[in-house]
Write a protein that binds this ligand. Structure first.
Ligand code: ATP
Length: 319
């Protein structure tokens, strides 16, 4: 039996929207938000789900969590059909939607956690152990007794993560969990998710516009655009497929009088009055670039710059 906790085949979702057609008339138009997505996520995987605005990420997450009914295709999460088996599914998944809260606005955070324990009927010792772990890893103690409405966004997000995990879900869905957070809170959230991933018993699906989240957390990246999957694989595979070469930055003792021409590695730019040369390793390896250059100049220092994921993704979205 396969151990996929998420199995999606031929998923489509269409919305009918009314648009103005002249001063008084309105006509209907169909928006295809998800257009034939196939996806398998294995137990314990951590998946980054990214794409430009309007690509269909939130719609897909809403379908996976049973909030929206698909127009076509089959969806199984923990072996369940999300909409018809929504109540059973709720016990097995956790959801953090950056824009929406599952906490009680006027209650202290601690009371929200207590209410959730009753709603999900979590045994007291399991609840206490999970809360203990979240308190430690997310540094909650300073604001556990503060009403939710008085929390900063970063504090609230740490509370949301805890709330989503107290019933011990098998899958955690996170929609933009670091949006709007300051650097410290972002680090806290990322550190916590990395720890959850290391522990290996929770499957994580994360949508984000912050590619640093993806780089730090996800081994697997799914890129969607116009409702379709355009890449599914590692970040390294993304770089390899969309051709973003590494760069070699060479510091020279003395600038060269003629710009060097190296096979397979065009010179991108010259900096520091010719003391620094930047090459792109198009078809040459970094080692070959360094070897060729060493025959032409005295090298003081060499560094290899890995391609920037932002650039690759921007290129991919622009296609
Ligand atoms: N309830 C709705 N009614 C009509 N159209 C909708 C609805 N929800 C989403 N859409 C449309 O479906 C498409 C996909 O939207 P979705 O919110 O899934 O994208 P997204 O990838 O999450 O975008 P973002 O990164 O901006 O959050 C968009 O064109 C959006 O306008």
């Amino acid at each position: 039996m396969s151990d996929d906790v998420i199995a999606v085949d031929g998923l489509r979702k269409e919305f009918t929207v009314r648009v103005r057609a002249g001063r008084l008339r309105r006509t209907k138009r169909t928006v295809r938000a998800v257009d034939g997505v196939d996806l398998r996520v294995a137990r314990g995987e951590m998946l980054g789900y990214i794409g430009p605005n309007g690509a269909g990420k939130s719609t897909t997450l809403k379908i996976l969590t049973g909030v929206l009914t698909p127009s076509a295709g089959t969806v199984r999460v923990c072996g369940l059909r999300p909409v018809p088996q929504r109540t059973r599914l709720a016990l097995r998944i956790g959801v953090v939607f950056g824009q929406r809260s599952q906490l009680w606005w006027d209650l202290p955070l601690r009371d929200s956690f207590d209410l959730l324990r009753h709603i999900y009927r979590v045994p007291a010792d399991a609840h206490a152990a999970r809360l203990r772990r979240c308190r430690d890893l997310l540094d909650l103690d300073a604001f556990l007794d503060t009403p939710v409405r008085q929390l900063s966004l970063g504090q609230r997000m740490r509370g949301e993560l805890t709330a989503a995990l107290l019933h011990g879900p098998e899958v955690l869905f996170l929609d933009e969990p670091t949006i709007g957070l300051d650097v410290v809170s972002k680090q806290a959230v990322r550190g916590f998710l990395a720890e959850l991933d290391r522990a290996g018993d929770t499957t994580l699906v994360l949508t984000t516009h912050d590619l640093a989240d993806i780089e730090r957390l996800c081994r697997r990246l799914v890129v969607v655009d116009h409702g379709r999957v355009v890449h599914d694989g590692s970040i390294a595979a993304l770089h390899a497929r969309y051709g973003s070469p590494r760069m070699v930055v060479a510091e020279l003792d003395t600038p060269l009088t003629v710009p060097p021409v190296l096979p397979g590695a065009p010179l991108l730019r010259t900096e520091a009055d010719g003391h620094r040369l930047v090459f792109s390793c198009e078809s040459a390896t970094a080692a070959q670039v360094v070897a060729s250059l060493a025959g032409l100049a005295t090298l003081r220092d060499i560094s290899i710059v890995e391609p920037d994921i932002e650039e690759v993704v921007a290129r991919l979205y622009g296609r």
